[in-house]
Design a binder for this molecule. Sequence first.
Ligand code: XUL
Ligand code: CO
Length: 439
Amino acid sequence: MSFFPEIKNRVPYEGPSSKNPLAFKFYDAKKKVGGKTMAQHLKFAVCYWHTFKGTGADPFGGGSLQREWNSGSPMEVAHKTMEAAFEFISKLGVNYWCFHDRDIAPEGATIAETNKQLAEMVEIAGVLQKSTGIKLLWGTANLFSHPRYTHGAATNPDPCVFAQAAAQVRRALDATVELGGTGYVFWGGREGYTSLINTNLKQEREQLAALMHMAVDYAKKIGFKGKFFIEPKPKEPSQHQYDFDAATAIGYLNEFGLADHFAMNVEANHATLATHSFEHDLVVASSAGKLGSLDINRGDQTCGWDTDQFPTNIYDAVAAMTVILKQGGLKYGGLNFDAKVRRGSFDTADLFHGHIGGMDTFAKGLLIADAMLRDGVLTENIKTRYAGWKSPMGRKILGGKTSLPELEKWADAQGEPPLISGRQELLENILNEYILGIR
Ligand code: XUL
Ligand code: CO
């Protein structure tokens, strides 16, 4: 039986002149770009939670999306959902998926029952991975939906709740390793506070680090060869999250001795909630050698919450692919959608439209970023702008080999420095020329 009859075999690549809404215009998996195929550059992952478990619910109303796979007992639903997921991902031609433990298997009455149900679904996922060739990008534990986590999981005032979270992380790591995932994500939705009036912030941050250290130790024991990722977000559902943005999370890793094991999973909509651009957080992470993976959804500029929309913004895609190309790719991570269709997008075809549009946007972004980097117009400009730092005094400053008095003397000898234009408007025009295809 088919859950997605609108696609018979696979979404085809038909090129930019195609008017077929269920075909790719730019994403051509086998096309070579700078020595690698598009599929190798663009390690897209379909997220299980929004795509297959999403109901369209919002704070003002329950589910609106009726899915054929969403009926029966909780375990029957789990089985049908898994079947639907692998059918969809195969038909889309995406090579990776991501999940939370509770997306793929429901929680039971006891930890033992929960573990049994999870193990059953992991086994099935393993079989489907083998038969389809689809791989796991990363796994994670849902430490935010159950009421016990209302005041935090690792950062809960009650160590019994911490232990529940530890039990979940253990099994989610087991599942990730069994399914060959190359990443494991910590997103701290409830690891934060709603008010400092009842919060010991110092201790909560230490508690979270304790869980992360245990995860690192356990992962080593079970043979995890991948990377841990923190997915920064400033707020929602907590009023303030401890992993606010990439800079905060990198500082946190350094403070608690976790930096060797972790990188960032930067999400577009989280960066904008932190009043940054997506590009900002990508560049902050990458320049610290800590850009591991991306969640590529977008927000809506007119509202201040996490709308998790499919990516259609070509500027963001060009910026993201530029950062990724410059750092030589994503070894352990990829481009996870983490996007959901709107509450009113009732049809399964809408799921295809969202993903196809996102993949085409990033494929075009890759082509533009590659062309710009090869031509070097923007990179050359930056090189020229900072050329003074290659001078003997520039090197001395960066090497820590000078002092305030010596620099005072040198400044005096140089005289007033000239005013040099940053040429921002010109460079923005050049970027547009690439995007509009006239360069
Ligand atoms: C929530 C969010 C999560 C993480 C995984 O804003 O982005 O779905 O990606 O827990
Ligand atoms: Co995310």
